[in-house]
Ligand binder design. Structure first.
Ligand code: SF4
Ligand code: SF4
Length: 204
């Protein structure tokens, strides 16, 4: 048998005294580095469901689902499929609130069923009262209104969303059967329908 070299002997003695270099995961939680990019997590209070994160996600791991409900309202749901995610961090970087989605330190993501690898967040959608087009999420409209301050009062959708949040709107009332007129401007309308309303009111 060959005699161990001094360097190997030293390493063996150090390992016995200090313990192994490898981590004891999964017996003990592993400590990750400061800039580790783990599971991206939505933060409901800070996500306004604008959809920017879905736009920039390279592998298309974030799905934006918009649906009408039976009660006439609509909702938007952001679904992050973390079995597709490549943990690049682009969603966090592009988030308009900076805190809506943040990559956590979680890396132990093994599942028996990959369809359960989901992170979701949802909110009500504002819907055009004329054509039924989805405008944006209520949270997003309120976020824009707060960002714009007094300038938000140039946009009826933003005024309405803000006033409703403050409880200052009793009832907008159903859309009348007749063609909309200037006094119907204070309704939730998509840009195309608002343009038609103003043009019809001005030029017939
Ligand atoms: S970390 Fe990258 S791949 Fe994963 S959801 Fe965010 S943008 Fe998409
Ligand atoms: S607020 Fe941020 S996390 Fe939420 S949808 Fe927009 S970009 Fe994505």
């Amino acid at each position: 048998m060959r005699k161990p070299k001094l360097r190997e002997l030293k390493e063996a003695i150090t390992a016995v005294i200090k313990g192994p270099y490898t981590s004891k995961f999964p017996k003990e939680p592993a400590v990750v580095s400061e800039r580790f990019r783990g599971l991206p997590k939505y933060h409901e209070d800070d996500c306004v469901l604008c959809g920017a994160c879905a736009e920039v996600c390279p592998p298309g791991a974030i799905e934006m689902i918009q649906e009408r409900l039976e009660d006439g309202t609509a909702k938007r749901r952001m679904v992050l499929h973390y079995d597709i995610c490549i943990f690049c961090g682009q969603c966090q970087r592009a988030c308009i609130t900076d805190k809506g989605i943040i990559l956590s330190n979680e890396f132990d993501l093994a599942l028996f069923d990959h369809t359960e690898a989901l992170e979701t967040v949802e909110d009500e959608l504002l819907v055009c009262e004329v054509c039924g087009e989805f405008i944006t999420s209520r949270k997003h409209a309120l976020w824009i209104a707060r960002k714009l301050g007094p300038i938000a009062y140039a946009n009826p959708n933003l005024i309405l969303a803000s006033q409703e949040e403050l409880g200052l709107v009793d009832e907008i009332g159903p859309r009348p059967e007749r063609p909309l007129k200037r006094n119907d401007n204070m309704r939730f309308l998509c840009p195309r329908c608002r343009r038609n309303l103003i043009q019809t009111d001005e030029w017939g």
